[in-house]
Each structure stands twice: as C-alpha cells, then as structure tokens.
Design a binder for this molecule. Sequence first.
Ligand code: ZN
Length: 381
Amino acid sequence: MSFLQDLAFRDSASDRRQMARVHSASTIDDRRSHISRARSYASTSATSVSISGDISSQLHGGYSHPLARSWQAERQLTKSMLIYPLFISDIDDEETLIPSLPDQHRRGINKIVAHLEPLVRKGLRSVILFGVPLAAGAKDALGTAADDPHGPVMASIRLIRQRFPQLFVVVDVCLCEYTSHGHCGILREDGSLNNESSVDRISDVALAYAQAGAHCVAPSDMNDGRIRAIKLKLIEAGIAHQVVLMSYAAKFSGCLYGPFRDAAGSVPSFGDRKCYQLPHGGRGLARRAIERDIGEGADIIMVKPASQYLDIISDAKEIGKNMPVAAYHVSGEFAMIHAAAKAGVFDLKTMAFETTEGILRAGATIIVSYFTPQFLDWLES
Ligand SMILES: [Zn+2]
C-alpha cells in the first residue's frame, strides 16, 4: 500500500468514527461540523484518486460540450472540402433521374446552369464532370468523343467557367464512357489494354480539358505512367503552372461502382477491370501506386472507394504527407447509406456525417461526394 492510499484509508476510517459521533449529537454546531467534514471527505477522496496517478482516466470533461466535442477532430468538414459529381450527357435538354443513384440526375448542357445556381449560392466550391455520350454512334474503339471540342464535357467546362467564375472545375479523364468496348483505354487484339497507346490518348484528352479551362484534370483510368505523360504535355503546352493534376492513384476494382456505371453508361462490354484497377486486398500495391504517382508529378492523390479503404487513405496521407489527399465516396457507398436509412437502420444525415468524418479522420481533406448538395444545407445549420 502506498503512502497516499494509506492516508486515504486512514481518513475514511476516522470519518466513519466521526460519523458515528455526529449521529449521537443534536446541536446545530454539530450539524455544521458534519457538513464541513463531509466536504473535506469528498475533497480528500478526490485528491487521493488524482494524486495516486489516475488522472489519465478522466476524459469526459474534455468533450462534455458540443463545441469541445468538435475540437476533438483533427479536421472538421467544411464546404470547401467537397467536390460534387455531375453527369453531363450529349442530349442538351435531358434531365433524367438515375434510379440506382438516389436524387442524382444525368443532365444535358441546357440544364446545368439552373441546377448549379442555387448550389453555388449555398456555397458550392467545386464540381467534377463526367461525360455521358448517349447519341447513336458516339462511341468507338478509340473513345474519340472524349475530347470532341463540341462534346458535352468540353462545352460544359467553358459554360461553367463563364457562368460561375468562383467554381473550381475538375474534369474526370478516362475513355470508358466513350469507348465502344467500355474499357479505360485502347485495346490490343487480344482484348487487353495497350498501355502505351492508352497513355498517349488519355494524356491528349487531359490536355484538351485543361486547354478548354478545367482547373484540375483527374485521370481515373489506371494505366501505368499516365500521370507523367499528362504532366509533360501540360508543361510542353505551357499550362502546367495553372492546372492541378489529381491522380486517382489508388482506385480499387469491386462492386461499389454499379450505380455510377448506370449513370455514365460505362459498363464494359466484356470482361472486367481487374487487370488495371487494384485488387481489394492490395494494400502494398496501393502504396506503390501512390508513391509512383507522386513521383510522376501528381499534385493531389486520390483513394477510391473511400469508406471500405480507410487504411489506404491513412497510408496515402502518410506517404503523401506534404500534399492533399482526396477520397471518392463512390456511388455504391452513397446508395448503401440511402438504402439502409430507408430500411430504418439509421438516420440518413447522421450516417452521412459519420461516414464523411470517418474519411476525414483517416486523412483525406478533399471528398468527392454525392451528398454535397445536402451538406451545403446541413453545414449551414
Ligand atoms: Zn474508366
């Protein structure tokens, strides 16, 4: 028994003796001394707990107030962290609800401004554009429509830059929406990706988007070496100093992209993407891909999907500690939360915050999210 425990034991024993005496007396003075003894007992006991080395067990005080709770987070969700995905089709007046992606629409260029106006007023800072060619004959083996100067993405970049100068425009760079086979590049005879010609084509497309006015180009194709190729073309064109290159560095294959493929019409016509997107157990491979893309000149690295890959986000933050880390909270994650909320498992808003703040906690400070319009309202209140 330590000296302090010894003292506490002795004090409580003498208190018991004093209590017995108090009960036998009836004067006002005695009652006063009872109260003062009770006070001194409480403080002696509290002090003995603290001094005996147990202070670290006392945590509740640090988060008893809502503001103090929010201070426990290393990073707090703000509107400027959010990028909102837009699906833009080549049918100018289209506005179609995507059944598997709750509350999300595919829109033609004529519907973009009216859609964005209220969101920009509420504080929307950034969008990411995906082109969706629907016209007959729009797709071919080379994905020619991707950088068609009159195509919906190129036209939307110019329109959004002109109408919403305060909005930061990110453009997804890939060929899968535009190729007849639905794969993320140009194929060899045997159906496998021809990495060299895919990189050549994809870097051309990225350059075209940047020249049309995109603030940021984000290649999601996962061909080897495309970050370096895009960076070099941006340098050669004299615009590397004003374009952010965001790499989908750790993009995993899996079943969470279903609703997106419905929205973008990018289901592969044969096979799958397992030979270029990462296998879901491949943590070391993801670390290598992140290291490689940083070395090739990426300004931001992205992890996709997000909530199933929090360890990878944390790795990305550790490897890329001097750069921003983005995470794509993908269509399947978003649809799952909606489905579970609808089934009464939890409250939608509570889970949207819990998930998104989990992604922040893991290390991301940029989140591509279909919840963005709702967060603009929720973060206001
Ligand atoms: Zn793709």
